[in-house]
Each structure stands twice: as C-alpha cells, then as structure tokens.
Design a protein around this ligand. Structure first.
Ligand code: NAD
Length: 256
C-alpha cells in the first residue's frame, strides 16, 4: 500500500524507530534511516525488504542539521512523502537538581528537532498535496511522572506542535499526528531499568514489575512492532481523515 512512497525516520538505528523503518519498507516504501551507533545492521534489516534504503546521518540536537537531514533525505530518495520524528533521549532527576545541559539536550532532540524537520519537509509535501507527518511522543505527552520534567515538557510540546501544524495543513492532503506509546522494551528503557535497580538496590526483574510496569495496567510491555503498525495505519489512505490527533498505544496507562 505504500509502494513508491518515500519515508524518513529519525532515530531508526535502534528500538522503535528501527521497527517503524522495517514496517514502512515491508509496506513498499523507500526509507531514509538516521541515528547514532553502527547503522549497518539497520541498513541490512530494512534493506531486506527490497526497497531503496539509505542512511542519512545527522545530529538532531542541532537545528540546521535537523533541517539538512530532510533535504539530504529528499535528495537521496528523490522526494519525501512520510516524515517520522522518532529520535529521543531521556534523563531522570528532580527539577531542582536537573542539569541545565540535559534540559537543553532533551528539549532540542525530543521537541525542537520535530519543528526543524517539519519546517524543512512541509513545503514539498504541500506542493505535491500529499504527506504524512507522524511524531512519536509518549504517554508522557499526555500525563506526567516525577523526575522526568524535561521529557514530559518536550513530549507535551510535541503534541502541541503537531496540532498546530495539522490545522495549518488541514485543507491539503498532508496530515500530522502523534503516537503516544507506553513502555516499550528498548535500549532507552533498559538504561532506566539498570539505573533504577542500582538506585533502589533491587533486581532488574523487580524494577520492571514493581516500578516500570506499575503504570501500565496490562502489566506487559508494548512492542515496537505495535507502535510501528499504528504508524503504518496513519500512513494509509484510510487514515486521510485523521489529523491533529494523538494515538495512545499504552496498555491502558492514560485511561486512569
Ligand atoms: P532508543 O534509544 O532505542 O532509540 C533512540 C534512537 O534515537 C537511536 O537510533 C539513537 O541513535 C537516536 N538518537 C538519539 N539522539 C539523537 C540525535 N541527537 N540525533 C540523531 N539521532 C539520535 O529509544 P526508543 O525507546 O526506541 O525511543 C524512540 C522514541 O520513542 C523516542 O522519542 C522515545 O521518547 C519514544 N518513546 C519510547 C518509549 C519506550 O518505552 N521505549 C515510550 C514512549 C515513547
């Protein structure tokens, strides 16, 4: 259903972004990958679906680099139909002890990069009168948890940014939506589990059960594939009436 579509996914060398890139390629889209670390495994697994797969490096904490990510992806793929802003980082600390540089980095990567990539991608999407902008926020885009002030602020901001863009684009066939996952077992969450185990002097298993999944009524992790399938649906023509919305994939977290 996405045959011939061209997609760019930030932070797709790992975790949720990689699953999204794989799902888009499986559906027939050409995909530009991005992210830190070794990109060879991601290029191989996404490329295995036989569509065009390229890696476009960019440090999304820098605005001009985030905008260049889009123009480089457009050049490499010959256009851009689907933009998925997924790259994100986390840091946990009380507000009064939160390091200034961590605040700045989280706002830059988790929120401002979405603005910069959207700013760069929207003109061509408007001109071709088709586009899908999907921003990966979080349950923390809707509700808060203690010690995650920067992350919660950035993710709430992503929902606001996406809604504003959706209204601006409403009369075109370009939609903008957010997906708000609950806990997904990725390297980002594994880092928090290890930190919590150390801080509380308990096993990682107990952290998962008693701390991480305490907020998720299903008591099961969301899978990266479940998030990716939601993104695929939002890319479909069936979803063309959905814009400015947020989709929770959070095991009931925000239902209470
Ligand atoms: P992850 O750590 O596995 O992957 C993050 C990706 O972003 C990696 O590819 C990394 O290289 C990339 N990245 C980080 N900083 C970057 C930068 N400055 N420039 C370019 N790339 C950068 O994390 P994940 O768990 O897959 O998270 C993906 C997204 O999903 C994030 O926005 C995160 O906030 C969100 N999310 C995750 C969960 C979860 O439980 N894992 C829940 C809700 C939302």
């Amino acid at each position: 259903p996405l045959i011939g579509r061209k997609a760019a996914v930030t932070g797709s060398t790992s975790g949720i972004g990689l699953a999204i890139a794989e799902a888009l390629a499986r559906a027939g889209a050409d995909v530009a990958l991005n992210g830190f670390g070794d990109n060879a495994p991601a290029l191989a697994s996404v490329g295995a679906f036989g569509t065009k797969t390229v890696f476009v490096g960019a440090d999304l904490s820098k605005g001009p680099d985030a905008q260049k990510f889009v123009t480089d992806a457009q050049a490499a793929l010959g256009g851009l139909d689907i933009l998925v802003n997924n790259a994100g980082i986390q840091f946990v600390s009380p507000v009064d002890e939160f390091p200034d540089d961590k605040w700045d980095a989280i706002l830059a990567i988790n929120l401002s990069s979405n603005f910069h990539t959207m700013k760069a991608a929207i003109p061509a999407m408007k001109a071709q009168n088709w586009g899908r902008i999907i921003n990966i926020a979080s349950a923390h885009g809707l509700v808060a948890s203690p010690f995650k002030s920067a992350y919660v602020a950035a993710k709430h901001g992503v929902l606001g940014l996406t809604k504003a863009a959706a209204l601006e684009l409403a009369e075109t066939l370009v939609t903008a939506n957010t997906v708000c996952p609950g806990f997904v077992d990725t390297p980002l969450v594994r880092g928090q589990i290890a930190d919590q185990a150390k801080a509380n002097g308990i096993s990682e298993e107990r952290v998962v059960k008693e701390i991480i999944l305490a907020s998720q009524p299903t008591k099961r992790f969301i899978t990266a594939d479940q998030v990716a399938e939601t993104v695929l649906f939002l890319c479909s023509d069936a979803a063309s009436g959905i814009t400015g919305s947020s989709f929770s994939v959070d095991g009931g977290w925000t239902a209470r």
